[in-house]
Design a protein around this ligand. Structure first.
Ligand code: IMP
Length: 178
């Protein structure tokens, strides 16, 4: 295997604390009468989303839906043009929507996806990402809630993978190329 696990960048305790804080911010901003549709982008964000929504208060009407997308391009570069593999089960028209993503890198995938969702006329469309590799941004993308800003190094765990591996790790770790 050409890769091995490096040191922990974010421990499970640090992640759990930040997830609680993010849920607090989301709940504070939410319209209590309208509720929220939380849209997770499969597969990576599923881990983060399930922890995040369980920190939201009971009084909020929270619905969960998932989308699976892939961006066209070669293995190293995303073109940002996304193809939908699995679409939302319910309409988001007139709803307050929060898209939950594991990491925003170039921003191309998320920005294209937001364009697609905007066309479905939600009442509002916000973005919550666990990790932001801000140095790599190629297009502006509005991030409303961000867990951690990290430097430009490949990371795995807590849903993030490297060639399909290591999503199941509880901590987020660096990957070392051998
Ligand atoms: P982009 O913002 O369009 O460049 O693509 C973001 C996607 O790249 C994320 O959803 C991840 O699948 C992947 N990605 C970027 N950086 C990392 C990383 O450090 N670890 C794991 N996946 C990453």
């Amino acid at each position: 295997m050409p890769y091995k696990l490096g040191e922990v960048i974010l421990s499970r305790e640090v992640i759990a604390q930040r997830v609680k804080e993010l849920a607090g911010e989301i709940a504070r901003d939410a319209d209590k009468d309208k509720g929220l549709v939380v849209v997770g982008i499969l597969t990576g964000a599923a881990f983060f989303l399930t922890d995040l929504v369980r920190e939201l208060p009971e009084y909020l009407d929270v619905r969960v839906d998932f989308m699976s997308v892939a961006s066209y391009g070669d293995s190293t570069k995303t073109s940002g043009v996304v193809r939908i593999f699995h679409d939302l089960k319910s309409s988001i028209e007139g709803k307050n929507v929060i898209v939950v993503e594991d990491i925003v890198d170039s921003g191309l995938t998320l920005s294209h996806l937001l364009g697609l969702l905007e066309n479905r006329n939600p009442a509002s469309l916000k973005v919550c990402v666990l990790l932001d590799k801000y140095e790599r941004r190629q297009t502006e993308v509005k991030v409303d809630y961000c867990g951690f800003r990290i430097e430009d190094k490949f990371v795995v765990g807590y849903g993030l993978d490297c060639a399909g591996m290591w999503r199941h790790l509880k901590d987020i770790k660096y990957v070392i190329e051998e």
